[in-house]
Design a protein around this ligand. Structure first.
Ligand code: SF4
Length: 242
């Protein structure tokens, strides 16, 4: 019997990346192995006794841990939008056994599965790469990790994902240097050059920390190393959604 610790389940639009604007159900897994300075879901770092499900009928509380089969039924019953299921966190790959069950179960119910990950757990990624439909991997810059360089972990993670079913998001805090951003771009160019890369400024109080000419400059520099580099914003935050 596989069980999962969740932090919340709700419906919204996918606010960023390849599927920006698509209606989706979000399954936020509890627990994270990082502590990013700009984390916008710090509550998801902790496993609580229960988690809220905000579905089409209203709000209910479900006890943690929840059986994966029950979680799949809750999502399949409660949400009309049968398109995209976003598996996010926290860090979903920390609960690899539960995540595999949930991906398989949601696919059987007709959902397309979209994994959002911090890109640091390559062994777990290998266990689900054949079943998940799409992987959005973050590259975390040292500026958001108190100077810690996660380049080695990210390199091994890139090796574990497939081109054609994924994308990379480089999250850029205001204090990040151009050198850090380009080191991340170079890493992708070195390991998985066909992956689309999104340059996404950190949002604080609904405002991006990097704007205008600086973003254009970073994109221009990145495009000398990679073919597909896009600028992304967290649309849901601008629109006042979750
Ligand atoms: S990886 Fe994501 S959930 Fe974990 S601390 Fe960083 S921003 Fe927060």
């Amino acid at each position: 019997m596989a069980v999962a610790y969740l932090s919340e389940v709700f419906s919204s639009i996918q606010g960023e990346g390849m599927d920006a604007g698509t209606r989706a159900v979000f399954l936020r897994f509890a627990g994270c192995n990082l502590a990013c300075s700009y984390c916008d879901t710090p509550a998801a770092g902790t496993r609580l006794d229960a988690f809220p499900v905000q579905d089409d009928a209203g709000r209910t509380e479900i006890g943690n841990p929840v059986e994966c089969s029950e979680l799949i039924d809750i999502v399949a019953r409660g949400f009309e939008c049968r398109g995209l299921a976003v598996l996010t966190g926290g860090e979903p790959l920390l609960q690899i056994s539960a995540l595999s069950h949930v991906i398989n179960g949601l696919k059987e119910k007709g959902f397309r599965t979209y994994l959002e990950t911090n890109g640091t757990l390559p062994e777990a990624m290998r266990e689900v790469r054949a079943i998940v439909d799409f992987v959005s991997m973050d590259i975390k810059l040292p500026a958001g990790q108190k100077g810690r360089d996660l380049g080695r972990e990210h390199r091994r993670f890139l090796e574990a994902i497939e081109e054609g079913r994924g994308a990379v998001k480089i999250v850029i805090p205001g204090e990040a240097s151009e050198g850090e951003v380009l080191a991340a771009v170079r890493l992708v160019a070195d390991v998985r050059p066909a992956l689309p890369v999104f340059l996404q400024p950190v949002f604080r109080r609904a405002k991006p920390e990097v704007v205008g000419e600086r973003l254009l400059h970073l994109q221009r520099a990145a495009l000398t190393l990679l073919r597909d580099v896009r600028i992304s914003v967290q649309m849901h935050k601008i629109l006042g959604m979750r």
